[in-house]
Design a protein around this ligand. Structure first.
Ligand SMILES: [Zn+2]
Length: 435
């Protein structure tokens, strides 16, 4: 970032902080009617921007005889078709507002599939984005400049130290690319000295740290909570982190396309769908009891996405959260539906099914499933120290053969594929549904 960008970033971060202490502190407690009225007002602004400045929507509205100025309820937007990830990727520039060409902020993501994607956000959306995150941290008691150890967003170049301090915010970053057991010990030593109040990172990174901490009975005195994001928080990851450090995990769900955001509160009964961030529809999916999340962002006039299929499935909670916030509650995000694995006969195998299996395998510390085609499945496992790796692999092999309907290559290893940002996803689906 150059100086101008840094200043703008700082000013929008400040704007977001103010929002989190003002309007956004109150919106979770709005009545359903108030929330709907707020969402409708925001939706109208976004629709108006689509109508005036966004080529894709000008054409779509015309084709569907959709007049954005006659929208009376949130449900009216359901007359428009669901938007897919493929369409956004193929027609990216058509989704950008002609008015905000210069002012928009460009975000780049490596994407879980490894295909980079550029997304543009308006300044207003970026402030809300920051505000939502400040608010979430506030639910865990975080205050500005509380010490936070962050195991993500830092990839040191050769010769650079593996951790670095952001003095302004009081954040100590650690590289997520160097999480061998020995390095975890060093990280824990540094943290024990520095005494962070909060821990933040990818679920897989914090899990690796937690394992070492638990096995060696190391504690981080003064630690209050952990924030996870960007990967599926597997149930046994959560259990290990909470047990090792004697704290609670606050999970965050968001996506690169910035259409929906979900946050776990201090009641830990699920994740709240942030109604002041996006308008989210839940549509029944093919998998019993699970719903697709279709989302419309309520601020982003620079690159509006209406009824965007997030590709993620959720299980809805059967009662409201006991915290009193009115934002809808989801029991869990089950995992990206585009990470579904394929059986040799072509039908999808729900990932949750495999997560449950691996959660019960005490001899497997970590796993990663890489599917390149229906017939080509590689399962990498890191066996627990002291067990016979081949024996563990053979057990897993037998089980995987049953689940995938054919031979599966099970490899005991300590090497796992990481994405460009250092995430380590448990499932890498490289095959297409129709192959
Ligand atoms: Zn709650």
């Amino acid at each position: 970032m150059n100086i101008e960008e840094r200043l703008r970033d700082a000013s929008l971060t400040w704007e977001g902080y103010r929002l989190s202490k003002g309007l956004m502190r109150n919106t979770p407690f709005f009545s359903p009617d108030q929330i709907q009225a707020y969402q409708l007002e925001q939706l109208r602004l976004v629709l108006d921007a689509c109508y005036r400045y966004v080529p894709y929507y000008q054409k779509l509205f015309w084709e569907h005889g959709f007049d954005p100025h006659r929208v009376r309820t949130l449900d009216d937007v359901k007359r428009l078709p669901i938007l897919t990830k493929e369409t956004v990727r193929a027609k990216l520039s058509d989704f950008c507002s002609m008015k905000e060409l210069r002012a928009a902020i460009r975000l780049r993501t490596s994407g879980t599939t490894g295909t980079p994607l550029s997304v543009y956000t308006s300044a207003g959306q970026w402030a809300v984005e920051q505000g939502a995150i400040w608010r979430h941290w506030g639910w865990a008691g975080y205050r500005f400049r509380d010490r936070m150890a962050i195991v993500r967003s830092y990839s040191p170049k050769a010769g650079e130290p593996l951790w670095k301090l952001d003095r302004l915010r009081n954040w100590l970053y650690f590289s997520p690319y160097h999480l061998s057991e020995a390095q975890c010990r060093t990280y824990l030593d540094v943290m024990a000295q520095w005494k962070p109040k909060y821990l933040r990172g990818y679920p897989s990174s914090l899990y690796l740290l937690a394992r070492v901490a638990k096995n060696e009975k190391r504690r981080l005195p003064g630690l209050r909570a952990a924030f996870t994001a960007s990967e599926t928080l597997l149930p046994h990851y959560r259990a290990e982190i909470e047990e090792a450090f004697g704290i609670k995990v606050f999970d965050h769900y968001g996506q690169a396309e910035i259409t929906a955001m979900l946050h776990e509160c201090e009641a830990h009964e699920g994740l709240h769908v942030l109604s002041d961030y996006g308008f989210v529809e839940f549509l029944p999916s093919d998998q019993t009891g699970l719903y697709r999340m279709i989302a419309t962002n309520l601020q982003n006039t620079a690159m509006p996405l209406l009824r965007y299929d997030t590709g993620d499935l959720v299980e809805l909670a059967d009662k409201p959260c006991s915290c009193g916030r009115m934002f809808p509650l989801v029991r869990r995000v089950v995992g990206r539906s585009d990470q579904l694995l394929l059986h040799r006969d072509g039908f999808p195998i729900p990932s949750i099914n495999l997560y449950t299996y691996f959660a019960k395998q005490d001899d497997v510390v970590r796993f990663q499933i890489i599917q390149s085609s229906r017939e080509d499945v590689e399962v990498r496992i890191a066996p627990r120290a002291g067990v016979d790796p081949e024996k563990v692999a053979e057990n897993v092999r037998q089980e995987m053969r049953l689940r995938f309907g054919g031979e599966v290559n099970v490899v005991p290893t300590q090497e796992f594929e990481q994405s460009g940002e250092g995430k380590c996803l448990p499932i890498l689906q490289k095959a297409r549904m129709d192959t």
